[in-house]
Write a protein that binds this ligand. Structure first.
Ligand code: NAD
Ligand code: UGA
Length: 448
């Protein structure tokens, strides 16, 4: 195998596999990149005009590389590419297990294991297998076991290369990463993967560690980020009781260079497909390794987040002057169409269970899919504009920090008399609300 791989395959064309491979193809025009997925409609979307995920900057990159050295294939179509690949990335989901040992906490590795079996069956010659999905510590051992059971005579090296991109800023994160992490034992394999990233990432930003440290570092990084959000959210409640303002507190503590300003934005709670599942995976690992105090510490980060979502939903119910609630924002953060584990799901569920009618608007989320996730309840409906959602509402819950919501003209909002706007992101223009004569409750500041 040449020291720089020329044929890459990625299994999994999701929020990580798609953008990551598009950037690799864009930055390494001499490398053939094939992205496979079982989901044929997702692959069709990657091959079409409307990509399956909304991510700023992504369409331009896909347009540049697709058909040149980037292709998206269904799994069946991609078998030959898999057999010829020098390097295969596994970028499939690792959700929380729902059944069996560790249910509710441990990561479900069934999708990863299926990929390892597929690679073992298809690979020819020497293949570097790269864990791109987020894994529990020592997951690579399981992958190695599966690969070594192959009968074709192929040989393998396994690396951990966890991804640190955040949705909404994925392209920037991939093009200018704080660091790229490669964990492994096989020097030639590490060098081969390093040579791909070296096309655009400065050498000092490519960190190498042992396999287990790489796997744990990914879980730890997400746990630390989530812990900061739960810390500031816990203080947001104290601010509301005392008259302190959480954004001021965050600015002050964040100006300490030892603490830094990022991830101190109080919110209705963190969401997304990873923070909670990765924290729970860490909790499970700690319990499994006989560290109940460590497990309890990280579990508390999840618990505060659940409490914050509940607390916000209760505040909305108490503030509402009628039974119609306008929900602005369903995505778990701005600039993505992703609503996995979004706080909006928890808030809408609570409101609907309490008999409220919810009218939701989001600029990017397909509200039909969101409603299906809720179980298509009768009290839930969608609006095609923010103004439509606001009409007649007895309370407004702002749940995502979309720029559009910062700029809303509250004087045009036809809210019910006395309606309260509850800002779960601290982004609403307070002066504009005051001028329009509405009441405003801001997370971490109370009624302003
Ligand atoms: P995703 O659900 O968007 O994508 C996973 C894709 O894998 C799906 O399209 C699915 O159809 C496909 N797939 C599953 N099994 C397959 C198989 N056997 N063969 C072919 N395709 C298969 O997930 P994601 O958000 O891209 O996350 C993937 C991994 O990356 C997870 O471990 C996650 O924790 C991690 N991660 C996610 C993010 C993020 O921002 N979403 C960031 C960093 C790391
Ligand atoms: C996060 C990490 O930031 C990435 O480094 C990591 O790769 C990724 O998880 C992953 O492993 O999936 P992501 O979930 O896409 O990325 O988005 P974040 O920007 O981290 O936001 C997560 C949640 O925390 C969002 O709901 C966001 O609104 C919330 N948040 C974030 C706050 O409430 N306050 C903050 O100050 C920051």
């Amino acid at each position: 195998m040449p020291s720089r791989p020329s044929k890459l395959v990625c299994i999994g064309a999701g929020y990580v596999g798609g953008p990551t491979m598009a950037v690799i193809a864009d930055r390494c025009p001499d490398v053939q990149v094939t992205v496979l997925d079982l989901n044929a409609s997702r692959i069709a979307a990657w091959n079409g005009e409307a990509l399956p995920i909304f991510e700023p900057g992504l369409p331009e990159i896909v347009r540049r590389a697709r058909g040149r050295n980037l292709r998206f294939l269904t799994q069946d179509e991609g078998m030959a590419a898999l057999a010829e690949a020098d390097m295969v990335f596994i970028s499939v989901q690792t959700p929380t297990k729902t059944t069996g040992e560790g249910a509710g906490k441990a990561s479900d590795l069934q999708y990863v294991e299926a990929c390892a079996r597929l690679i073992a069956a298809q690979a020819r010659g020497h293949t570097i297998v790269v864990e791109k999905s987020t894994m529990p510590v020592r997951a690579a051992e399981r992958i190695q076991q599966i690969l070594s059971a192959n009968t074709s005579g192929a040989t393998f090296a396994v690396l951990s290369n966890p991804e640190f991109l955040a949705e909404g800023t994925a392209i920037r994160d991939l093009e200018r990463p704080d660091r790229v992490l490669i964990g492994g034992q096989d020097a030639a394999a590490i060098q081969a993967l390093r040579s791909i990233y070296a096309a655009w990432v400065p050498a000092e930003r490519i960190l190498t560690t042992g396999l287990w440290s790489a796997e744990l570092s990914k879980l730890a990084a997400n746990a630390f980020l989530a812990q900061r959000v739960s810390s500031i959210n816990s203080l947001s409640a104290l601010c509301e009781r005392t008259g302190a303002e959480v954004s001021e507190v965050a600015t002050v503590i964040g100006s300490d260079s030892r603490i830094g300003p990022k991830f101190l934005q109080a919110s209705v709670g963190f969401g997304g497909s990873c923070f909670q599942k990765d924290l729970l995976s860490l909790v499970y690992l700690c319990e499994h390794h006989g560290l109940p105090e460590v497990a309890a510490y990280w579990q508390s980060v999840v618990d505060v987040n659940e409490w914050q979502k509940r607390r916000f939903a209760e505040a909305v119910q108490q503030a509402a002057v009628n039974r119609r609630i306008a929900v602005l924002g369903l995505a778990f953060k701005k600039d993505t169409n992703d609503f996995r584990e979004t706080p909006a799901l928890a808030v809408c569920r609570t409101l609907l269970q309490s008999g409220f009618e919810v009218v939701a608007y989001d600029p990017r989320v397909e509200v039909g899919r969101f409603a299906a996730e809720l179980g298509a309840p009768a009290g839930f409906s969608s609006a095609s504009t923010a103004a439509q959602a606001l009409a007649g509402a007895g309370a407004v819950a702002v749940l995502t920090e979309w720029d559009e919501f910062r700029q809303l003209d509250w004087s045009q909002a036809r809210l019910a008399a006395g309606a309260v706007i509850l800002d779960g992101r601290n982004i609403v223009d307070r002066a504009a609300v005051r001028r329009a004569g509405h009441r405003l409750h801001v997370i971490g500041a109370g009624l302003t």
